[in-house]
Every structure is written in structure tokens, then in C-alpha cells.
Ligand binder design. Sequence first.
Ligand code: LLP
Length: 433
Amino acid sequence: MLHSCYGINAEGHLTIGGIDTLTLAEKHGTPLYVLDEDHIRGMCRMYKSAFADSFGGESTPVYAGKALCFKGMYRIMAEENMCADCVSPGELHTANAAGFPMDRVFFHGNNKTDADLRYAVSLGVGHIVVDSHEELDALDVIAKEAGIRQKILLRITPGIDPHTHKKIITGNVDSKFGSAIVTGQAEVIVSAALEKANLILDGLHCHVGSQIFDIGPFADAADIMIDFVAQMRHKHGAALPILNIGGGFGVRYTEDDPEIDYVANIRALGKIIDDKCARYGMEKPTILMEPGRSIAAAAGITLYTVGSVKEIPGFRNYVSVDGGMPDNPRYTLYQSRYTILHAARAGECADYECTVAGRCCESGDLLAEGVKIVRPVRGDILAVLVTGAYNHSMASNYNRLPRPPIVMVSGGKDRVAVRRETYDDLLTLDEDM
Ligand code: LLP
């Protein structure tokens, strides 16, 4: 199986966290997101221990909540002693409502409003990752009004192309995020931040991209950023004790994706950083990274019920399911590839080539094209694997479809973590006019 949290039981049914997916579909209905909590915790522990071994000091993983965000996730992150990256006031609100310690939060975003910044300051957010001069000025005033000195990092673009999907490259110089080193703008914002009486410049942040399997882009980012840290310490006397090199480790969605050894990659990165700092004779910064996808993706699957199988001679076969782009927009947006299984016949030869289509009134509402599955009939359950990240968090109510619930499995038990939306939920914001 693609990941250790999936299995096939004696009846030939797909399992997640040891639980039969057909039982879950029967009990909770479809479409249904299922998450293996133990897998999520295992990934957090792997990151915690690899960071302690390879980066040392106060270094810690920072969970990027944009991958999967609901109160239960922040409770798990708090229990696993993780930090959190929040990217909107809504994510901050969710973390706070879950009792997540807000001093362990890093607040991101390329256009935080004054209201967002005030909200973050009022919640006692540990670090705000400042993206622009406008934000620097606004936050300085807001911190003064609140009578605090706010700790910040500055978002820097090291100018690296991670050779990943174009829409998710954010470390390039031509980017809406941060200040570029090569243009001299990064240095200008560092010196401006040092002048702010109500802000404490605690370090730098960069993020090179997402779904990266190769250590190269991270190594390049660390290399460029450490050069810059050394320069800023020397020229401006900036201490810059924290270096956050962002998220982006890849995840296997299909058998064609490479295997990735996260621990070995972190070890290699730790060595590169140690060597580089030693060459400068400089004290190593506290290293932070922000994994999102690699913590949540493999832990999740989505279960759907098949409604029809339509075979068009000379063209293709369409298998339609009861969800689609509203619960998983990633094929529509990025042509992302997924592994899809007939949940009741998970171990059988998958030789039926088809397009798996959603139920929206839109031809582009597809989950996969040219995939091979065991031929299903109406009423059968299909499982799309590796949907834990960027599915629920990107879901919509397009076509006025209620969003599926999230069921968490752990230790052989299942419980609802996010309930299914009802038709009445869809009306809650509508005024009677
Ligand atoms: N930190 C920052 C500043 C980020 O922008 C991101 C992702 C992360 C951390 C987490 O990266 P991860 O470890 O999850 O790769 N919707 C797209 C992914 C967009 C990622 C945006 N930033 C998708 O579905 O593939």
C-alpha cells in the first residue's frame, strides 16, 4: 500500500487505521473525509525528533494549518508540542478556540489588514511574519497602541525555482510574497525593521514551494539565507536568532511519485546548515520549518458512493460519484493525480480505465482521468487516497452542496471531528429579504 495507514482486511476491503472503510461509509454516509489521527501524530513526532537530532537547540516544526484546519487539528498540534503557522484571522480564531498556545503561532500572509494585525496582537500571537513595508509601519503603530513590543520575522524571497508546479512556487523573485535579496529590497526592509521601536526583529522567513521531493531547493534556500543572515549581522548588527525555511516536503499521491525519507533529508539539511555557519564562524540560528502537506495528506482518504457508470464507445468511461470539485478541487486546479480504489475490492486487479467525475453541473468537475480501478456499479464505494491536505481546507459549497464531515480514526475507534453540513447550514447566512 501507498502509506502505512492503509491496509486490506480479510474480506478484501480497504482499511484506514485498521478500520474497514465500508463500515465507515455505512455509518457516516458519503462523501466522507476520514483521517488517521495516529498517522498525523506519528508525523509530528518524526519531525520533532528529527529536528532535535539534526538542528538541535530550540528548533521545532511549525504545522502549516492551511493544509488542514479545524479545532481538532490544533488540539493534536498542541498535544504534540508543535508550533503553528496561521495564514488568516480565521485560522488564528480556530487555533485560539481550540486552546492552542498563541505564543507558539507564526502569523503569515502577504496582505494582512489592520484589523487582522490588531486581532493577532490581541490574541498574543508569538511572531508575526511581516511581508511588506506597509505592514511593518502598520504593525509598529498597532503594537504601540497595545503597549507591547511585538516579535516579528521578515518574509524574504531567496529567488529559488523549486521546479514544482508553477501555481505553488512562492520563493521566486517574481512573487507577491516578501522582499527579494537580489534586488536589495530585503536589506532595506531589515534595516527599516531594526528602527521600529515597538517591534522586535527576531529573524527571517522564506518558503520555496510545495510538493518538493528533492533536498536541493531547501539546501539552496538555507545557503542563500545564511549568507544573508551573516551579511545583516555584520552590516546592521541584526541578531536574527531565528531562520524559518518554510514548508514544502512532498508526499506520495501515486506509485509513480518517489519515496521520500524525511529524516534523511532533515539530517542532510542540518549538516549543510552546520557547515555553512561554521565557515562563517557564526552562531547557528534556531531553524524552523513549516510542514503542512507532509503531516496531513497521507493520513486522509475520501469515500464516495458511485452513482453511474457511463461508457461512450470510442471515447471513454465516466464513473460518477457523489462528491467532486467542491470537496477536492485539486484535479480541477492543478491536474493533481490521485490513487483511487474500489473500497470493497481493494486488492483486486484494477483494469477498468475511466474518468472519475463529480456531481457538479460543470464538465471540468473531475477527480481523475485515465485511472484504472476495479469496475464499480451504482452503490459501490470508491476511496480516493491521500486527501488529508488541501482538500477539506480548500472545499467549497459550489452547487450548494454541503461539505462532508471529517471522521477521525485512532486506536481502532472512529469519531466525528467535523460534522456534516446540513441543508439548513447552507441557509444560515442568508437574510430573509
Ligand atoms: N509555509 C508557507 C509560508 C506556505 O506558503 C506553505 C504553503 C507552507 C508553509 C506549507 O507547505 P506544505 O508543507 O504544505 O507544502 N493548495 C496547494 C498548496 C499550496 C501551498 C501554499 N503554501 C495544493 O493543493 O497543492
